[in-house]
Unconditional design. Structure first.
Length: 95
């Protein structure tokens, strides 16, 4: 709820100044997106999930598990927003 959102935002603000390749910064971004999504603020969470996926694909392209997780987060958020066709395309790419 509200506490999760506050913690996600605090984590993001704490690590925002670090380089984009910093692991803690990326985890904080994901925590913030998950907190937004958990609070049914999916329209706000989607661009954060998409940014997280883009960073993962760019800097951690060798880590398939992290990429699949990021893609799953985007697909889930799209589905929650009612954008089922887009979510399905991404889910098919994952599997």
């Amino acid at each position: 709820g509200v506490v999760l959102h506050a913690l996600g935002w605090a984590a993001w603000k704490t690590y925002l100044g670090r380089p984009v390749t910093d692991e803690f910064r990326c985890m904080a971004m994901a925590a913030h997106a998950n907190a937004l999504s958990s609070n049914e603020r999916n329209a706000e969470a989607l661009p954060v999930f998409e940014a997280s996926l883009a960073l993962t694909q760019r800097y951690w392209s060798h880590d398939e598990g992290v990429i699949l997780t990021s893609q799953g987060n985007v697909a889930s958020c799209l589905a929650d927003l009612g954008r089922h066709d887009e979510a399905l395309v991404l889910e098919r790419a994952i599997y």
